[in-house]
Ligand binder design. Sequence first.
Ligand code: HEM
Ligand code: HEM
Ligand SMILES: [Fe+2]
Length: 485
Amino acid sequence: MAALGILDSANLNGGQKLAVKYFTVAIALFAAQVLFGLLAGLQYLYPDFLYGVLDFSVNRMLHINAMVVWLLFGFIGAVYWLLEDESGVPVVGLALGNLIFWVFTLAVVAVVLVYLLVQVGPGELKSIWLINEGREYIEAPRWADIGIVVCVLVFFYNVAATFMKGRFTGIGGVLVLDLVALAGLYTAGMWYTPNISMDQHWWWWVIHLWVEATWEVLVGCLLAYGLIKTMGVRRKIVETWLYIEVALLFGSGILGLGHHYFWIGTPEYWLAIGGFFSALEPIPLVAMVVHAVFDAGHHKLKSTNNPALAWMIAQAFGNFFGAGVWGFMHTLPQINLYTHGTQWTASHGHLAFFGAYATIVIAFVYLAVQKWRGNVWMSGELVGGWKWKWALFLLHVGMLGMTMALLVAGYEQSQIERAIEGSGWMGYFAGQAHPWFQQGMVWRMISGWTFAAGFVLLAWDLMTIGKRESRPARSVEMREAPAMA
Ligand code: HEM
Ligand code: HEM
Ligand SMILES: [Fe+2]
């Protein structure tokens, strides 16, 4: 074994070697997300900026597609990270998993190049197959859709077969069932229909049922594993919480889908169903905060990996505020009538995606870096420990700044454009011209630069943390081995 503090893949098991590849691509795509976000934000302030070269619509598409893909890469990496540890056996199809990693990565590069260089095509099926499908967040062309399904099926096979060969823990069982739903739902976004209402109807099955049901359950599993690993929390407690959370998440999140069916031409009963069930969605998120904070308090914040623990606690709060509180604010149809299509949505979208999902992936990358460097010390008084704290601080100041700036702008739009001017063409421009909107866009940009600074620090920290440490990781008492199924 190499000396402590040196990156050496001999420190990792097979699944983990694959995981760090996924994490590397994830962080690179995160950088792309930030870059295209900054360009799109600048275009709000200087509409001529890059006009005709990289239009707002292209930057926006790259911004949010990079986000979806880096989070997916992060999740796949995180699952490969814990797979051998949880199941107790080596990954069943590791060579296939490696091959698929390269296929997936090359496909992403090809799609990004087409987005950048070709951008749009004529309104015919060929464009859908080769350029982009035009469905927000999952714009990938049809050939890539099929490729993604194949990659995800291989990933699913690896996870399910490995657990079946080894042992099924509670976390493993929930994870496998959840991946069936996650992969299955993706196909709902692949059918082409010229009816825009029907198209949106199915598209939301992917978008909403991913982030408010299957992704939430996935991060519940990751959080459970992370708490056990960093603090030695008892598995029985963590898994009991996990089952309660999963029941509540699916119980409210599935029919909560209705909050996107208010105004797209679906039957009126969705107003009641969507309003009621989505209003219940914050409850499991409260449970997740209580769970994480209770465990952290119980173990007096003593952890093997302080940055990972800090990001997991950030996840619990970010999920609760971004998804739960910010989502709840506009989820009743009586309110959504006014907020729909304003910056209010963008405010919620930013805080929720960052708070619920970016955070947990970052936590797992910290877990990975620690072990990669031979399980080096990452608790208090870490050499060079200022970097992770400042990165966490700047990313949060930037994100909260953007969220608040967009909220103020969205509030103003709801009042002026919607309530007073009645949602008409002129109302739209009255809303855009108001100082609260214009200043909101400036503050979003200032906060965006702060976020970008935090990101640079984060990337630097991930490459260097633990390098100058020679102490082995703090050990936490593991009270029980995983139960055999
Ligand atoms: C981590 C979980 C969540 C994420 C990542 C998320 C993200 C988003 C995003 C990006 C949008 C904009 C979609 C678009 O482009 O049209 C959106 C819309 C919406 N979200 Fe969430 N959300 C989450 C959870 C929630 C929860 C728990 C609620 C309710 C309590 C909620 C309520 C809404 C509503 C009502 C809209 C529609 C806004 C409109 O179009 O008027 N979200 N969400
Ligand atoms: C440098 C930081 C960032 C800047 C300047 C930025 C800027 C922007 C801009 C200008 C848009 C288009 C909004 C519109 O259509 O009106 C956007 C959309 C979006 N961004 Fe960001 N962004 C940043 C970081 C992030 C991060 C870190 C996340 C999540 C992890 C994120 C998630 C989203 C989402 C989900 C949307 C779509 C929102 C919706 O449809 O309502 N952004 N961003
Ligand atoms: Fe939703």
